[in-house]
Design a protein. Sequence first.
Length: 82
Amino acid sequence: MSSNGTSPEQLEADLARQREDLAVTVDQLHAKLDVKARAQDKAHELKDRATTANGRPRPDLTAAAVAAVVLVAGLLVWRRRR
C-alpha cells in the first residue's frame, strides 16, 4: 500500500479512467474543429427542414418564395414608374 492509502490497482484504475476521459475530450475537440464536417451537417439539416419526406420542396416555403419574388418585382415596377 502507498503512503496516501491507495493501492496500485486503484491507481491503475484511476489512470485508465482519466485516459478514457481525456480521449473523449480530444474526440469532442476534434469534432468541434472539423469545420468541413460541421458545414456539411448544417447543410443536410437545412435541406431536411426545407423538403418533404419524398425530397420535394415544402409547399409553404415555395409559396413564400413566389410571394417574395412577386413583391420584389412589384416594387421594381412601381419604382421605375415613379
